[in-house]
Design a binder for this molecule. Structure first.
Ligand code: ADP
Ligand code: MG
Length: 591
C-alpha cells in the first residue's frame, strides 16, 4: 500500500476544518485524536517496530506541556520560541532515561518505563514551580503574525498539519537505512549487529524520537488547553497510549492513527452512553472500556491496520520494480597487492565456559579464495569457534586476526567492519520486511545516511544505490522473483539464500556460514554447493560449519576437524577421508 492515498486523505481532513458549521464537539474530538496520534506514532516505532514496550510515554507529553507552560507563563517566552526548548528538554530527558533503560533485558525495560512514568507524574504534582496538583493556568495561545490561534478550529489546523508532517517524516525514516536497523531490533538485533548496526545507539535513537513526538504533543496540548495539571500525564494514560498502538497495529505507522482514533472515539462514546444504560453514579465506563480492549486484543491481535490494508489490497503484495541506481556503492578497497598472508588466522584459540573447555588451543587459517569447512560431532565446539571468529564471544586465550588486524574484544561490528559477513544456524531475518529490505540491511555499513537525513528524505540517492546493490545480491543467489515478498513467507531453503545475499551485501572478504545445508532438500543442497563454488571462483573466501559429509567432501578445499573442543585433523578432503583419528572420532568407522 502506498502512502499517497493516506496523505491525500489527511489533506482532505485538514481542508474540512475550514468548512463552516462543523460542530465544535467534533473539532475537539479530532484535536484529541491528533494529539494522541502523535504520541502513539512514537510508540508504534518504539514498541511495534523496535520491540521496546513503554508504558511511560504520557510522562513525556507532560514534560512537553509543563516545559512550555513554565517558559511562557513564568519566563514570558512566546509559544513558538518555547517549542525548540520543549524539544530540547524532552529529548534530553528521553536520552537520559533511555540510557538507563534501553539496555535492560526482557521485561525489565517495560518495568523501567513504568517506574519513570510514575515518578514523573508525582514530580509534576509535587513541585511548587509546576503549581503542584493545581497545575499551571493562563498559558497563552499560539498566534501567527499577530493572529491568535486560540480557537479549537485554528488549533485543529495546526495539530493536523503537525500530525501529517510527523507521519510523513516517520514513513521516510522507516524506509531508510536507519529504519531497517530499527526494524531489525525486534528479534533481538544480533543479526543487525553482525552487519555493523550499533544496536544500543539505534535503540536510543528510537527512544528519543518517540519522546520528541510525545513532547510535541504536550506542547500542542498546553496551548490548546491553556492550562496543565498532572492528571493527563499519569501511568493510566500511558497505558492507554499503548492500547492505541496495539489496537491500531503496533507494527504499522498508520495503525497509530487508526488506534488513536478508535480509542478516543470509544472512550468518548462510553462516557456518554454508559451512564444512560447503567446509571450515572456507577461510573462503569472504565470497566466497559477495559472489557472491550480485552475482547479486541483477543480477536485482532495484530491490530486493525493490517486488516484494513488486506481489505483494500485483497491480501496481495505489491510487486516492487527491481531497483536501479546511477552509480554503484563504493566497493571495499582491494587487499594490498603482494599480501600473501592468510586472510583469517586463528591461533591457539580457547574458550572456557565456567569449567568446560568448549574450544582448546585451536589453530587454523583461511586464505583468499578458498572454502574451509569446520566439521565435528555435536558439541565439538564448532559453533563456539565460529562465534569467537565473528566476535559474538570473547576468547579466553589465543588470538584471532583478520587481514592483519587482531580482533580486539568480542565485537561483531568490528568483524563486519573488517569484511566478515555471516549467516546464522537459525535463520535471523526480519520476517515482515521484504526480501529486498532484509538484504539491504547487509549493506548498512557501506552507507552513511543518518536519522535526520532520512527523516527529511535527503538520503534518496544513497538509498537507491543500497537497494540496487541489494537487488544485485538477490540476483546472485537466484531469488529475484521473490524480491518483493516478506522474507518470512519464503521456504526455509530460500530464507537461507536470503541470508547469504544479505551477507554478500556487506561486500565481504570472508563469508561464514553456520550449517547452511541443515534442513535443505537434496536439490537445494546441490544449488547451494554450486552457489558457494561460484562465490569462491569470484575470489571470495568461505568458512563453513557443516554436518553433512557428502555436502562437504565435494566442496571443501580444506577441512578442519574438531572433537571435544580439540583440533584432531586438518587437510584436504582426501586426507581427511582416510585420517585414522577422524574415522575413529567422527565417522565412527562407518566408512
Ligand atoms: P557444536 O557447534 O560443535 O555442536 P558448540 O560449540 O555449540 O558445539 O558447543 C561446544 C560445547 O560448549 C558444548 O558442550 C556446549 O554445551 C558448550 N557450550 C556452548 N555454548 C555454551 C555457553 N554459552 N555456555 C556454556 N556452555 C556452552
Ligand atoms: Mg553448532
Amino acid at each position: 500500500m502506498t502512502r499517497a492515498p493516506l496523505v491525500a486523505l489527511l489533506a482532505v481532513l485538514l481542508a474540512l476544518a475550514v468548512v463552516p458549521g462543523i460542530p465544535p464537539f467534533w473539532i475537539t474530538l479530532a484535536n484529541n485524536i491528533g494529539l494522541a496520534a502523535l504520541v502513539t506514532l512514537g510508540l508504534v516505532l518504539l514498541t511495534g517496530v523496535g520491540g521496546m514496550t513503554s508504558f511511560g510515554q504520557a510522562a513525556f507529553v507532560g514534560i512537553g506541556a509543563y516545559t512550555t507552560a513554565v517558559l511562557t507563563t513564568v519566563y514570558g517566552l512566546s509559544p513558538w520560541a518555547s517549542l525548540p526548548l520543549v524539544l530540547l528538554v524532552t529529548g534530553f530527558v528521553a536520552a537520559l532515561l533511555g540510557l538507563m533503560t534501553v539496555r535492560l533485558p526482557g521485561f525489565y525495560l517495560p518495568l523501567g518505563t513504568i517506574a519513570w512514568g510514575i515518578s514523573l507524574y508525582f514530580l509534576f504534582g509535587k513541585l511548587d514551580l509546576l503549581g503542584r496538583y493545581d497545575g499551571i493556568g493562563g498559558i497563552p495561545p499560539l498566534s501567527i503574525a499577530g493572529v491568535s490561534l486560540a480557537s479549537p478550529q485554528a488549533m485543529y489546523v495546526v495539530i493536523w498539519l503537525m500530525v501529517l508532517a510527523a507521519f510523513v517524516a516517520t514513513g521516510n525514516l522507516l524506509s531508510s537505512r536507519t529504519g531497517r536497523a530499527i526494524r531489525a531490533l525486534r528479534g533481538g538485533g544480533s543479526a543487525a549487529e553482525s552487519f555493523g548496526v550499533d544496536r544500543a545507539r539505534t535503540k536510543l535513537t528510537v527512544f528519543i524520537y518517540a519522546g520528541l513526538l510525545a513532547g510535541l504533543s504536550g506542547w500542542l496540548y498546553a496551548h490548546l488547553q491553556r492550562s496543565v495539571n498532572p492528571t493527563p500525564f499519569g501511568l493510566g494514560i500511558g497505558i492507554e497510549y499503548l492500547f492505541m498502538a496495539v489496537l491500531g497495529g503496533a507494527g504499522h505507522i498508520w495503525g497509530a492513527l487508526v488506534g488513536a482514533g478508535a480509542i478516543v472515539l470509544l472512550k468518548d462514546l462510553l462516557q456518554r452512553v454508559t451512564p444512560m444504560l447503567v446509571g450515572a453514579d456507577l461510573q462503569m465506563e472504565a470497566v466497559v472500556f477495559g472489557a472491550i480492549i480485552v475482547i479486541m486484543l483477543q480477536t485482532a491481535r495484530d491490530g486493525l491496520w493490517p486488516r484494513l490494508v488486506a481489505l483494500y489490497t485483497g491480501g496481495h503484495h505489491r510487486q516492487l520494480a527491481v531497483p536501479q541506481a546511477d552509480s554503484p556503492l563504493p566497493p571495499r578497497p582491494a587487499v594490498a597487492p603482494g599480501l600473501t598472508r592468510r586472510l583469517l588466522e586463528v591461533e591457539a584459540a580457547s574458550k572456557n565456559f565456567g569449567g568446560l573447555m568448549a574450544v582448546k588451543q585451536v589453530s587454523f587459517g583461511v586464505s583468499a579464495g578458498e572454502i574451509v569447512v569446520l566439521i565435528g560431532p555435536n558439541g565439538a565446539g564448532k559453533s563456539t569457534t565460529f562465534n569467537l571468529i565473528t566476535g559474538v564471544l570473547g576468547l579466553s586465550s589465543g588470538k584471532v586476526s583478520f587481514d592483519g588486524h587482531v580482533l580486539a574484544d568480542a565485537s561483531p561490528r568490528q568483524a563486519a567492519a573488517l569484511g566478515m559477513a555471516r549467516t546464522f544456524q537459525h535463520v535471523k531475518l526480519v520476517p515482515d520486511m521484504t526480501v529486498l529490505e532484509n538484504v539491504a540491511l547487509g549493506a548498512h555499513r557501506r552507507a552513511r545516511a543518518g536519522t535526520l537525513r532520512s527523516l527529511l528524505r535527503l538520503d534518496r540517492a544513497e538509498e537507491a544505490r543500497i537497494l540496487a546493490d541489494a537487488a544485485r545480491q538477490i540476483d546472485r543467489v537466484g531469488l529475484t522473483e521473490h524480491l518483493s515478498k516478506p522474507a518470512g513467507s519464503l521456504a526455509l531453503g530460500q530464507q537461507r539464500l536470503v541470508e547469504i545475499a544479505r551477507a554478500l551485501a556487506l561486500d565481504p572478504r570472508l563469508i561464514l556460514l553456520d550449517e547452511p545445508a541443515a534442513g535443505l532438500r537434496h536439490f537445494e543442497k546441490q544449488a547451494l554447493a554450486e552457489l558457494l563454488s561460484k562465490l569462491r571462483a569470484e575470489g571470495l573466501s568461505v568458512l563453513l560449519v557443516e554436518h553433512d559429509m557428502g555436502f562437504v567432501m565435494g566442496l571443501a578445499d580444506r577441512i578442519v576437524v574438531l572433537n571435544f573442543g580439540t583440533l584432531i585433523a586438518k587437510g584436504t578432503p582426501a586426507e581427511i577421508r582416510t585420517h585414522p583419528a577422524v574415522i575413529e572420532a567422527y565417522l565412527g568407522g562407518t566408512e
